[in-house]
Design a protein around this ligand. Structure first.
Ligand code: F0G
Length: 461
């Protein structure tokens, strides 16, 4: 039978009621939040598409595993279970848990920076990765292909490294000044876009040629592996696990926010292929930062749930349905003429708000204006990824202009149905019909750093 979507490979055994508010209620709730959905209570949100991080639904196997948590401070049985699973998936020698992705970053990145004037190069640094690179005293440079910024046109791997630019940057800065190359898979910031296996092999060759450490920021590595299987002919008969193993074999270090492809509510991983010296440094440094190396800020039960979730996220029928939900929402919007990052990536639909609301200048935050209108329309909470998030130049204090103004509709794992996605699509389409009436935003209160989390805004009359 010809269906418009891939039905879920699970059924529902526990439900969490959510309630719709009235439009009048949402008008005053949004005003109270300072026109910043980060300040809304989740109870006042009907469909929450702020993030796919820690918001997925656990399986009954994960809930059962929670009961087996060993809460010992040192040498917990749950740690050894998690370590075994992570070793099987990566084939790496050393595994240390962390409380989440940024916890892993704050432990590992400073170990790679031993003096001033160093750089990390990534296809695109995620915000917290960039922050930890800078806190460690290094600079973060992005190096993604140009097609990534051309939202309308198809490219199968918009997360790919721009290989010529990568070589140029290394030559310009000097190979001894590059602390590491970070492959972010999938490339979250520009649409959850995948990186091809071919591109990753080329990056590896460059890293080897210049003797540079290669890291994977792999919060969504399983979703990336599924795209490789779908879009690179040579991999169509390989399993997701085989593809993931081939990717891990390329790198020296794998950092993971396990709140994504670990399908857990909390958790992170530091995986080191074979560098015993680095492992020893991280094992020492993690104690004051996250906790003893056999728990790294997690409870025993968190580690149990994560050990199960890591394996579930590699199941092909799960991934097929997961990525189809994103595709389904993207297609509905595209069919209505709405500009999105195309093709859709792994975890979200990114609406191109430069094109959606071209009359709103970048420093009046077009994607925030569109997102707020979507909340007013149907109680759906998207998140802005554009100039509002980017902030100001630290030297000139001028608003930085983001190359893309995106509204991210982020889909939690195994949480919403296609019917929910229909509500989301209808709301965005309705806002699109009335897009000319959208207005920009200005600050009531602007915090000095990471302003998008707590800023208060008002619509410009
Ligand atoms: N790396 C990537 C690619 C991420 O997307 C994230 C988090 C992190 C690292 C940091 O991990 O949140 O566990 O500390 N991304 C979330 C998001 C927050 O909404 O995209 P964390």
């Amino acid at each position: 039978m010809d269906r418009k979507y891939v039905a879920p490979p699970y059924r529902i055994k526990m439900v969490e009621p959510i309630k719709m508010t009235t439009k009048e209620e949402r008008i005053s709730l949004l005003k109270e939040s300072g026109y910043n959905p980060f300040s809304l209570r989740s109870e006042d949100v009907y469909i929450d598409l702020l993030t796919d991080s820690g918001t997925g639904a656990m399986s009954h196997f994960q809930w059962a595993a929670l009961m087996m948590g060993d809460e010992a401070y040192a040498g917990s049985r749950s740690f050894y279970r998690l370590e075994k699973v992570a070793k099987e998936i990566t084939n790496y020698k050393y595994i240390i848990p962390a409380h989440q992705g940024r916890g892993a970053e704050q432990v590992v990145l400073p170990q790679l920076v031993d003096r001033d004037g160093l750089y990390f190069i990534s296809n695109m640094h995620f915000d917290t990765t960039r922050a930890h690179v800078e806190l460690a005293g290094a600079r973060a440079l992005d190096c993604v292909i140009d097609e990534c910024f051309d939202t309308e046109n198809y490219h199968p791997f918009k997360g790919n490294f721009h290989l010529e630019n990568l070589v140029r940057i290394i030559e310009e800065k000097g190979k001894e000044n590059i602390a590491g190359i970070i492959m972010t898979i999938t490339n979250n910031s520009a649409g959850g876009q995948p990186v091809s296996m071919e591109n990753m092999h080329e990056v590896k060759k460059i890293a080897v040629k210049y003797g540079i450490t290669l890291l994977i920021d792999g919060a969504r590595y399983a979703e990336n592996a599924y795209f490789v299987k779908q879009r690179e002919d040579r991999y169509k008969n390989k399993s997701i696990r085989e593809i993931a193993l081939e990717v891990f074999d390329l790198a020296d270090i794998f950092l993971m926010s396990a709140k994504k492809d670990g399908i857990s509510n909390i958790g992170g991983l530091i995986c080191i292929k074979e560098d015993t010296d680095l492992y020893n440094k991280c094992r020492t440094y993690i104690v004051p930062m996250e906790g003893f190396p056999t728990y790294g800020g997690l409870t025993g039960r968190d580690m149990e749930a994560l050990a199960v979730g890591l394996n579930e996220a590699l199941e092909e029928d799960y991934l097929e349905h997961r990525l189809d939900q994103v595709r389904y929402l993207g297609d509905k919007l595209r069919d209505a003429g709405i500009p999105i990052q195309y093709p859709t990536g792994g975890h979200a639909v990114f609406v191109d708000c430069k094109k959606f609301a071209p009359h709103i200048p970048f420093d009046q935050f077009p994607a925030q204006a569109v997102g707020n209108a979507v909340y007013l329309e149907a109680g759906v909470r998207p998140v802005e990824i554009g100039s509002f998030l980017l902030g100001r130049d630290p030297d000139t204090h001028k608003n930085l202009e983001s190359p893309l103004e995106l509204m991210r509709l982020t889909i939690p794992r195994r949480t919403y149905t296609y019917a929910h996605l229909d509500v989301v699509a209808d709301a965005v389409i309705e806002v699109y019909k009335n897009r000319d009436s959208l207005v920009g935003l200005e600050f009531d209160y602007e915090p000095p750093v990471l302003r998008h989390f707590t800023a208060r805004l008002r619509p410009i009359k």
